[in-house]
Design a binder for this molecule. Structure first.
Ligand code: GSH
Length: 223
């Protein structure tokens, strides 16, 4: 039984953090929001204090039920298993569950890492070129969205898997936001666009949005 309030170590614009914020909202879990700035003072994720929380020096990390958890997808699965409610984020049906995980995995391991701050900084440094960095991001995000779009043709209803919100949707919305930030042309991905627009209307997704957090800069809060 949970006694202490969970603590989410996260950053407003981090797509991995955002996935967990949506899960916490859907599971109706009251939590303390602990901002970890990825840019302030060279990045608070590298501080000695935070490295003790997450040795991978990334957000998110969630302290819950006496456990310190990191890696967004296992966190979401933990919340789903320990807090069953009307939102079952991993569908019961094995084929649907596998397809939801397929989409989540494409985004988690085939897209997000290639736009991750320390990775793109290294690409820019090694190539001495901001253009090469942009090309790199565009290549991997487009490749990932092509695969997701193909899956959605078969699986999507209102959301990624029929009309049930799943772990795939929690990954999709922050990834589409990142794509917009990096100026990726989404014209070839109508199902991604349609499902994303549908999800953006869900109140729990609105509350978890990058522009609605305590560490969101004022100029973005107004958007
Ligand atoms: N697979 C991890 C990825 C975590 C991750 O890469 N987080 C990014 C923000 S979305 C980060 O903290 N980056 C810090 C850096 O690149 O220094 C997860 O899903 O939690």
């Amino acid at each position: 039984m949970q006694t202490e309030k969970p603590i989410l170590y996260n950053y407003f614009r981090s797509s991995s953090s955002w996935r967990v914020r949506i899960a916490l909202e859907l599971k109706k879990i009251d939590y303390e929001y602990k901002p970890i700035s990825l840019i302030k003072d060279g990045g608070e994720q590298y501080s000695e204090e935070y490295t003790k929380i997450n040795p991978k020096q990334e957000v998110p990390a969630l302290y819950i039920d006496g456990h310190l958890l990191f890696q967004s997808l296992p966190i979401i699965e933990y919340l789903d298993e320990t807090r069953p409610n009307e939102y079952q984020l991993l569908p019961k049906d094995p084929a649907k569950r596998a397809k939801a995980r397929m989409i989540a995995e494409i985004i988690n391991s085939g897209m997000q890492p290639f736009q991750n701050l320390n990775v793109i900084r290294r690409v820019a440094k090694e190539t001495q070129s901001e253009d090469k960095k942009q090309e790199w991001i565009k290549f991997y995000l487009t490749k990932g969205f092509k695969a997701v779009e193909d899956i959605l043709k078969d699986t999507s209803g209102k959301y990624c898997i029929d009309n049930q919100i799943t772990i795939a949707d929690l990954c999709l919305v922050p990834q589409v936001y990142s794509a917009k930030r990096f100026n990726i042309d989404m014209i070839g991905f109508p199902n991604v666009k349609r499902v994303n627009e549908e999800l953006e209307k869900v109140p729990e997704f609105v509350r978890a949005h990058a522009h609605h957090q305590i560490d969101t800069p004022q100029e973005l809060k107004e958007n």
